[in-house]
Every structure is written in structure tokens, then in C-alpha cells.
Design a protein around this ligand. Structure first.
Ligand SMILES: [Zn+2]
Ligand SMILES: [Zn+2]
Length: 422
């Protein structure tokens, strides 16, 4: 129903623009009001400029065909080296512990020191990724259709077959490797899954398996282990409630001993500063690598599912918060309709113009190298710039419905759990 009130003029360029109820009014000619609530970012301006430049440079490299396949670029090598140096820390602690016990006497002195070294080694030990104990798993024999689809994708891109599917209520999908055998696991977030068409689903699954094929989870693990060690170090060498307590205590014992607090602050400033700087460097190197990994996983997805379906799926991802909120609303306030049906309706209601606005808003919002994913507008542009001819794997409507039937039991459990947590 188009009436005269549904049109207005852009205050910036005067172009006639459509007004859609419940949605942001914006101008597609000059991008006026494309992002009415820009996120406030505490990052200093120079750093934002640097990060924008890094993100642009990466995009141009991919667009001109400078990067063809996953592998070792300078950023990945740097991230690995920085991580390896940190991962050596628990090994050094372990070795020192043994050395103290074997070579140093008296034992009453070397014993406690060795214990301290072992404690450090234990605290900073690398850990394998684990699934949370309450994860809703969908195993191979419970979901032959879904695993059939996953196997076809895995064959098409030469990836290892998926060992387990986790169903959750997150508005996204993910790929990970769990345990010390690094078994590939895929996570299906119900709000996102529900809002996708069959071939878009295939595209997102192919994107996630593409991460598996490109070895991204392995790299992620090495860097993640280093990150967690740095995190512990950051906590140790930053201002803490305990510092205050120590200061108060030393003041009570000896009011002149102000140097205790001074030493703490000095150590925090130097070691803590070093740790923070190191972490920042590692982040920069890693995020360039991880954004590159996203582009390359997109490319795999486009080869398997077709370019258009892949680009569409990415645009749908911009609606994931709409999908999530629709699901949450039904679960929180109760309703006649099924929460996932509510997701479907909410997403299908969103006008094309609103999706276009969100794509354009992603330009200013997401052009950051510390975002795990590159901005959607660049991702879709790259996919469409080098379109793949046709889809290698197709997910039909019937097959997609069968998958939904297989997903239903864990989905019910996930939704029930979500509701009880509200
Ligand atoms: Zn305008
Ligand atoms: Zn990804």
C-alpha cells in the first residue's frame, strides 16, 4: 500500500526517498542517515585510520587476485612467531622446575621454588578446545540427511568430514576443532539457520567447512592458546583489588614503606605495558590473517553453493539480530506461534531496502581489522566481482525440510533451555 505519506525528500540532496514504517528512513543517493546510531568507539582516531587502511589493503589484494589460496602470508607468520614465543613460557617454567629439583641444593630451598615453577607451568599450559558439557549434540546416526549434505560439501572442497554438529541459540554458525585430536565440529545457531533459504544454508555450511579446509581452526588454536596466556599475564600485571589491599597492609605495618606500592605500580607499568603492547601486536597480525581467512572461506562457499546464494546468505547475516530478537520475544513473553516460525516471519518481513541500508551501514561500522569478519559490503562485493559459474552442491527444498525435522529434537531442547534461562 503506497500512499503519499510514504515518500519524503532527502534533507541533504533533495532526492525523493521512500519511508517505510518501523524502519530507518535513509537516502540511497547520498547515504544520508544510513547509520542513524553509529557506534561510539573509544579507539583513538589514528588507530582507526590505520585499521581502515589495513582492511582496504587486504581487500584490494584479494580483488586484484593477489591472494589465491590460504597459506603463509607475512601476517600469519608474524602471528605464529609471536604466539610461539608466548607458548614457550610454560615449557621454560616446566624445565626450570625440573632443573631446580635435579641440580640445586639444599632441597628445602629448591623444592618450594620448583613447586612455584610447576605452578606457573600449570597456570599457563595450553588447553584443547572443549565443547561445553550442556552442548546439544546432533550425531551422525540421528541426522543422516544433514550429515549427507555436510559430507557432499566436504567432498566438494576436499575437507575432513564433520564429526559432530552442535545446535545452539546463537544468531550465527561456527566451525571449531575440539579435543587433542582436533575433530571438526560445526555449530548451527537456530535463529540464523531458520532465516536462511535452502541454498543460503548450504552456502553458510560451505563457508564453515571452508575454514576447516583452509586450516583456520588450527591456526586459531595456536594463537588462541597464546592469547589466553597473555590474558593471564595481563590480569597479573594490572591494577587489581589485591594491590590496594597489599598497599593498605604495608601502610599499616610501616607507614614509611611507600616504596611497596611504588614497586607494584612500576612493575605493572613496565611488564604490564609490555604484555599489553605484545597482545596488541599479536591481535593486529592475527586479525589480518583471520579476515583473510573469512574472504577465502567465502570463496570456497561461492564455489560450492554458487556466488549469488553465498552473497545473499551474507546479507541475511545482517538480519541475525532481528532473527534473534524475534525468537527471544516469543520465548520471553509466550505466544501462540512457534519461536522459530516467528523468526521466519520477522526476517521475511524486512524490506529489501532495509537490507541494502544495513549493507551500506556495514561500511562505516565494520571496517575494522579487529572485527573477526570483514565488513559485509566488501565480502559480498568480492564474491560478486568474481562470480563462480554454478553451484557444485545443491540443497533442495525437500532435503532442507528433512534437515529441519532432524534438527527438531535438539532445537526443542535448546529453546527450552533458553526459556528457562530468561
Ligand atoms: Zn540524499
Ligand atoms: Zn567465517
Amino acid at each position: 500500500m503506497q500512499s503519499t505519506e510514504d515518500v519524503t525528500n532527502c534533507p541533504d540532496c533533495g532526492h525523493q526517498i521512500r519511508v517505510e514504517q518501523h524502519y530507518v528512513t535513509w537516502c540511497d543517493q547520498c547515504d544520508w542517515n544510513v547509520d542513524p546510531a553509529p557506534q561510539t568507539d573509544p579507539t583513538p582516531a589514528w588507530r582507526l585510520r590505520l585499521e581502515h587502511r589495513l582492511a582496504d589493503a587486504l581487500y584490494r589484494e584479494l580483488e586484484t587476485g593477489g591472494i589465491h589460496r590460504p597459506g603463509w602470508d607475512a601476517a600469519r607468520v608474524a602471528a605464529y612467531l609471536l604466539s610461539a614465543l608466548v607458548l614457550v613460557l610454560p615449557l621454560v617454567a616446566l624445565a626450570s622446575g625440573f632443573a631446580l629439583l635435579i641440580f640445586y641444593r639444599p632441597l628445602w630451598l629448591s623444592g618450594p621454588l620448583a613447586l612455584l615453577a610447576f605452578a606457573v607451568a600449570h597456570l599457563f599450559r595450553p588447553r584443547a578446545d572443549k565443547l561445553p558439557p550442556d552442548a546439544q549434540l546432533l550425531l551422525r546416526d540421528q541426522a543422516p540427511t544433514l550429515y549427507g549434505v555436510l559430507d557432499r560439501i566436504a567432498d566438494a572442497i576436499g575437507a575432513q568430514k564433520i564429526a559432530a554438529v552442535v545446535v545452539d541459540a546463537e544468531p550465527n554458525m561456527w566451525f571449531g576443532r575440539v579435543g587433542w585430536r582436533f575433530r571438526p565440529v560445526i555449530g548451527i545457531g537456530l535463529p540464523l539457520w531458520t532465516s536462511l533459504s535452502p541454498q543460503e544454508r548450504l552456502a553458510v555450511l560451505a563457508h564453515e567447512l571452508g575454514h576447516g579446509r583452509n586450516g583456520d581452526a588450527h591456526h586459531g588454536w595456536v594463537i588462541g592458546a597464546a592469547e589466553s596466556i597473555l590474558h593471564e599475564l595481563r590480569l597479573t600485571f594490572s591494577e587489581q583489588p589485591l594491590d590496594r589491599y597489599r598497599q593498605d597492609l604495608s601502610y599499616q605495618i610501616n607507614a614509611d614503606a611507600t616504596y611497596v606500592g611504588l614497586i607494584t605500580r612500576l612493575v605493572n607499568a613496565t611488564v604490564g605495558g609490555l604484555v599489553r603492547g605484545y597482545g596488541w601486536l599479536l591481535d593486529r597480525a592475527y586479525f589480518r590473517g583471520s579476515q583473510r581467512a573469512e574472504y577465502l572461506a567465502d570463496r570456497r562457499a561461492a564455489e560450492v553453493a554458487g556466488s549469488e546464494a553465498t552473497a545473499h546468505a551474507l546479507e541475511r547475516l545482517l538480519l541475525s539480530d532481528t532473527a534473534f530478537r524475534a525468537m527471544e520475544r516469543v520465548l520471553r513473553f509466550g505466544s501462540e506461534i512457534d519461536p522459530l516460525e516467528a523468526v521466519r516471519r520477522a526476517v521475511n518481513e524486512v524490506p529489501k531496502r532495509e537490507i541494502e541500508r544495513r549493507v551500506r551501514a556495514s561500511r562505516s561500522r565494520e571496517t575494522r581489522t579487529d572485527a573477526m569478519h570483514p565488513p559485509t559490503y566488501l565480502r559480498t562485493r568480492l564474491i560478486r566481482a568474481r562470480p563462480a559459474t554454478h553451484a557444485k552442491v545443491v540443497l533442495g527444498l525437500d532435503e532442507s525440510r528433512n534437515v529441519d525435522r532432524e534438527l527438531a529434537p535438539p532445537a526443542q531442547a535448546v529453546l527450552a533451555e533458553f526459556r528457562s534461562a530468561l
